[in-house]
Design a binder for this molecule. Structure first.
Ligand code: HEM
Length: 384
């Protein structure tokens, strides 16, 4: 069995090379007994536990690369030639239903490659499933929990992948987003070096661009919040039906560090997608624009072409002339509040300005609360 082979390779590794310094030699002596323990461990199957796996333990669990787990365990006990920035994020492994944390080595180059491949896979999913809107919403709902008044990571919340945990996914505001996670999970399994936090933001930025929107200047390398203990409390995201919508939006978006211009620009994301009464209690069950899909039919969209990213959202909510199109109280507030209105009018007139401001605001949104490894982040090359 491959595991047994790896365990014996580890035994060979532990026959210390003569070039090592004496403290390392003595460390290796201490490690020898571990080789046999590792053989025993090798008889267990080690699974990565995603939140989806935990919800449904019978669902196909993804088998972690056993060799990489063992290698990383050996690695983490040896003096490491890797810098802290080259070290990977923790992966959860379990031999007996409990969780433990093992650091898997990854280098920046492989993360870059995996990010590029993941982008390509997301493009394919977008083509086949027409799921642009829900992927944008997934990224927004992970990042939009950020509290700028809290310094510590991940307690400050934001783009840290905590939305993968069941407790947060089950918040009323996140109803339906489990479907987005189901689309992302196979990509996560395929590219384990890419964090959930990165995947959520990558998926949103890719969906916007593929729908015809602006290219968002993205940085990757986000670290995932390690456990559901760091999920934010419910109620951090804006509610569509607040009694004073503009005040409510300011309260919530200012907490994230946004200003009025950014609030209006980001609201323009509703150029994509639909509201479904069974998810949010907003919108009609179906309209002439949604009854035949594409994707799952139904719901009420803000725009006629709700898979196309343009400035038609601002035109439609200004006109309010089509019963089949949705205007939430928070959407209407963009043309009612004097400060918001300046930007909403501008964006209805001038798509180029909207795209520029949206791209800047979304880049900021995608970075809210994020911790990067390496700290300067990773920028991918221009689109292939
Ligand atoms: C005032 C702030 C906001 C409120 C009150 C709000 C509210 C809502 C509601 C009620 C829905 C319908 C959900 C459903 O029934 O499935 C929705 C959908 C959506 N929201 Fe927002 N939203 C806000 C801001 C944003 C921002 C800032 C973004 C992105 C940057 C965004 C992106 C989306 C997208 C893409 C959808 C469509 C999802 C789909 O079709 O599955 N929203 N929003």
């Amino acid at each position: 069995m491959a595991e047994a082979t790896i365990a014996s390779q580890l035994s060979l590794m532990l026959k210390a090379p003569p070039t090592l310094s004496s403290p390392s030699q003595s460390l290796l002596q201490q490690l020898k007994p571990m080789a046999s323990s590792l053989r025993t461990i090798a008889s267990f199957r080690i699974f990565s536990y995603s939140s989806a796996d935990r919800r449904s333990p019978r669902a196909t669990p993804s088998l972690l690369s056993f060799s990489s787990s063992l290698k990383s365990l050996a690695f983490s006990l040896l003096p490491s030639p890797l810098s802290r920035h080259q070290r990977g994020s923790a992966v959860n492994v379990s031999t007996n239903g409990r969780f433990s944390s093992v650091t898997s080595p990854k280098c920046a180059a492989s993360l870059t490659d995996q990010l590029k491949s993941a982008t390509e896979d997301i493009r394919q999913i977008l083509k086949s499933k027409h799921c642009h809107p829900i992927l944008v919403r997934l990224g927004w709902h992970d990042a939009g929990t950020y509290n700028k008044n809290v310094k510590e990571w991940p307690q400050r919340s934001g783009a840290n992948g905590s939305l993968r945990f069941e407790v947060e996914l089950k918040y009323k505001s996140n109803t339906g987003l489990v479907n987005a996670l189901k689309l992302i999970q196979p990509i996560k399994d395929k590219y384990p070096a890419v964090s959930y936090a990165d995947l959520f933001q990558l998926a949103s930025a890719t969906a916007i661009e593929e729908a015809g929107g602006p290219r968002i200047p993205m940085t990757y390398g986000r670290v995932d919040a390690p456990s559901p203990n760091y999920c934010p409390e419910e109620g951090r995201l804006p509610a569509a039906g607040a009694s004073s919508p503009a005040d409510h939006m300011r309260k919530v978006f200012y907490r994230m560090g946004f200003n009025d211009k950014e609030i209006v620009a980001l609201s323009g994301a509703h150029t994509l997608g639909r509201a479904r009464p069974e998810r949010s209690s907003w919108g009609k069950p179906e309209t002439k624009y949604t009854k035949n899909g594409p994707g799952a039919p139904g719901g009420q969209s803000w725009t006629v072409q709700w898979l196309k990213f343009d400035n038609s959202y601002f035109k439609e909510i200004k006109a309010k002339s089509d019963e089949d199109l949705l205007v939430l109280p928070t959407d209407a507030a963009l043309f009612e509040d004097p400060s918001f209105k300046v930007y909403a009018e501008k964006y209805a007139e001038d798509q180029e300005t909207f795209f520029k401001d949206f791209a800047e605001a979304h880049a900021k949104l995608s970075n809210l609360g994020a911790k990067f490894d390496p700290p300067e982040g990773i920028v991918l090359d221009a689109a292939p």
